[in-house]
Design a protein around this ligand. Sequence first.
Ligand code: ADP
Ligand code: MG
Length: 355
Amino acid sequence: MFLNNYIKINDKQYTILEKIGEGSSGKVYKGQYLNQFYAIKQQEYLGEGEYEFYQHLNQPKESQKFRNLIQIYDVVKIDRFIYIVMELGESSLYDETVNNKIDKTNIRFIMQQIGSGIKQLHEDLNLAHRDLKPENILVQTIKSEITQETQQIFKLCDFGYVKNINNLKTKAIGTPYYIAPELLNNSNDLYNKKCDIWSFGQLIYELISGSLMFQGDTIQKIQNQILTITDGDIQNLIDKLLLEREYKELLKNMLKRNVKDRYDINQVLNCLKPKSRSQSRNTSVESKNYQNPAQISIRTTFQFQGQIIQKQQCPLMENKFNQNQCQFIQKTNNEQKRFPINNNFVPNDQKKLDF
Ligand SMILES: Nc1ncnc2c1ncn2[C@@H]1O[C@H](COP(=O)(O)OP(=O)(O)O)[C@@H](O)[C@H]1O
Ligand SMILES: [Mg+2]
């Protein structure tokens, strides 16, 4: 909590206006400094990859070029919390989807935008996101000064699980509905950044169909479905969508179980290049309303280990699940390497000020 509703970060005193979001790792507030609004996330830990990511963005020129990643302005540690000052998004893709506010006829543009954000992470920064889902994609509306037309821009946020792509080993990390099968099996193989393509495919399937591909009221049930579904089953589900053939083919290639067969981000973006002016915008897609927002508790990011089975203290799950089948490790757990942020990057002489 903030005392007197303000916080001083690097000599800027932000007024805290309201809480705008909360996930497994932190709380996000809308803040104001002078006449500008910001999002300020308060969390207890920084992930190893997250730290690396913020260091990249610490170079002002660098952060400019990542148009589809939410911009980060400041990361500081004050007392026991880390504060991340970011560009403010208007809403999340999740909110827009459940409120049926997304113009699905513009699916090519939406996929290009999210795909560009993934490419900026995968190719420019050499990182995988590992927790792509509608909640972690923010939507902003911009107005062209020339034509006065408004346009939605999609930006990736929540970099708490980003990781260097050459070194992906920690399995079973992510959010149940979107997690790729290779992160759930028991092999010790390294996996790669294509886990994000699977999640991307899942969220597009959800957007178009109005429901999740995997249904279930427990994590275990969803996990079993992901582990047992075949490429053929997935193709049948995609074929049922009212969607142009080229997008169906693309989705099938994004949702291949075998990582080697699955498209990488460049292949995805190549398929989305506009072929002609008329094709660059509207597409016929089914206009079903969103049906199943799914249990909020299962939509939460978590890290668990394949089939193992030992309940840990977890306030979120306690009431909802009486399953002993899932080892839920919160982000604050030591299992995942966490470390205090580096003094060069984050001044640790910040005094505890106004909260
Ligand atoms: N920059 C932002 N602008 C607006 N809303 C945001 C911003 N960052 C996060 N949010 C909202 O807060 C929620 C939680 O933030 P997130 O970074 O995803 O935290 P967690 O790691 O706990 O999931 C997001 O799903 C989104 O709705
Ligand atoms: Mg999140």
